[in-house]
Design a protein around this ligand. Structure first.
Ligand SMILES: NC(=O)c1ccc[n+]([C@@H]2O[C@H](COP(=O)([O-])OP(=O)(O)OC[C@H]3O[C@@H](n4cnc5c(N)ncnc54)[C@H](O)[C@@H]3O)[C@@H](O)[C@H]2O)c1
Length: 347
């Protein structure tokens, strides 16, 4: 669906917390956009942000949905609210942009996609790491078949979140609103592994809560079989002492080996292929050094969303519902395997 007869997109935002700054800056820096309203249940947060942006402030998003001139609503609320808010937004006839994870269950993903389809609106999910320059390069190498037969894919998330982080509010570490470390921290990496290696056949997992007082896991180890026969490993924790150490993806194939490391998959640590090409010379130029694990990708996500709405441009990083659903399905299977102690098959 295209927004016709418009040369700009009116955004509104729900949830004026930590990640909202990335969204606000990205919207401000993207041509042909306006941020015309913001909402937070903590009214003072909405008012403070609205006054810097000179836009309207709301404390009830259902009131904000009555505004006719909003084209798309950017949802930055806790994970467990994504589904119900997105469905309300779609039913109000507005396009939906959601922070990751899309939802905490596949059933919710399906309800969201149905609501968007029924109302003829788009659903975009933020996966900003797909825009990291080293990741773009890795994806190109996969698409060109440079690895030959894929052998092993690994993602490692060795991040540190002190108990204070979980104690700051009620939702972090809770079963119903956070979902778990795999949803809140590692979902970028789980998404990346299946994006690079292809559809998953089965998973076998162990999860544990080791150093935090929270309802969900803080550590997980997963063994994956991909449909193409390759194997994979997810190793993820928020218990790393004393600070973030690594957020990486490593792909091993018959004819190539690559590791994208750094704190959030933004640095080429290893790059070697049997068919050496000129583009293999400049791997250092590809490396970015963002000040935090959120990276620089939100700007690209918003740019692609706007391009997609105005010109039907291709969606790469602010992916659609089908892509967002894949990592939710995989994480749901991981939890089922950890609960039952059995290998879980995805189809
Ligand atoms: N892409 C990334 O790298 C990245 C990084 C951090 C967080 N996130 C995601 O962004 C979302 C928000 O995370 P955060 O760290 O900003 O959380 P946060 O707790 O700092 O902010 C959430 C805000 O939503 C508000 N809120 C809650 N319920 C609401 C409602 N019904 N209506 C309006 N406002 C409501 C809260 O008052 C709060 O201000 C989460 O889904 C999280 O997983 C993504």
């Amino acid at each position: 669906m295209l927004i016709k007869q418009k040369d700009y997109i009116n955004f509104a935002l729900i949830g004026c917390g930590r990640i909202s700054e990335k969204h606000v800056n990205a919207i401000k820096q993207t041509p042909k956009t306006k941020l015309i309203a913001v909402c937070d249940v903590q009214e003072e947060k909405a008012k403070a942000l609205a006054s810097t942006l000179q836009c309207e402030a709301y404390s009830d998003y259902k009131e904000m949905l009555k505004k006719d001139d909003i084209d798309i609503i950017d949802i930055c609320t806790p994970n467990g609210m994504h589904a119900s808010i997105a469905i309300d937004v779609a039913n109000a006839g507005k396009h939906v942009l959601l922070e990751k994870p899309m939802a905490l269950t596949v059933e919710d993903c399906d309800r969201m996609m149905k609501a968007c389809k029924d109302n003829d609106v788009h659903l975009f999910v933020v996966k900003q790491n797909r825009f990291n320059p080293p990741i773009t390069k890795l994806r190109e190498a996969i698409e060109r078949g440079r690895f030959g037969k894929l052998v092993l894919g690994n993602v490692t998330v060795r991040w540190a979140r002190p108990q204070d982080y979980y104690d700051l509010d009620e939702w972090h570490g809770s079963r119903d609103m956070d979902g778990g470390m795999l949803f809140t921290q590692a979902s970028h990496h789980v998404d990346m592994l299946q994006w690079m290696m292809g559809p998953v056949h089965s998973v076998k997992a162990n999860v544990a809560t080791l150093t935090h007082n929270i309802e969900t896991e803080d550590t997980a180890v997963v063994v994956i079989k991909f449909k193409n026969g390759a194997l994979g490993v997810v190793e993820a924790t928020t218990c790393t002492f004393p600070k973030n150490m690594e957020g990486s993806i490593t792909i091993l194939g018959e004819k190539g080996t690559a590791k994208i490391g750094g704190m959030a998959m933004n640095k080429i640590d290893h790059w070697e292929f049997s068919d050496f090409r000129n583009e293999d010379e400049n791997t250092k130029e590809c490396t970015t050094n963002p000040p935090n694990v959120y990276g620089y990708g939100h700007n690209e996500v918003i740019r692609h969303v706007v391009d997609s709405l105005l010109h039907n441009g291709p969606m790469v990083g602010g992916v659609g519902g089908e892509e967002g659903r894949k990592s939710v399905k995989l994480i749901e299977a991981i939890y089922e395997s950890a609960d039952t102690g059995k290998e879980v098959f995805l189809d």
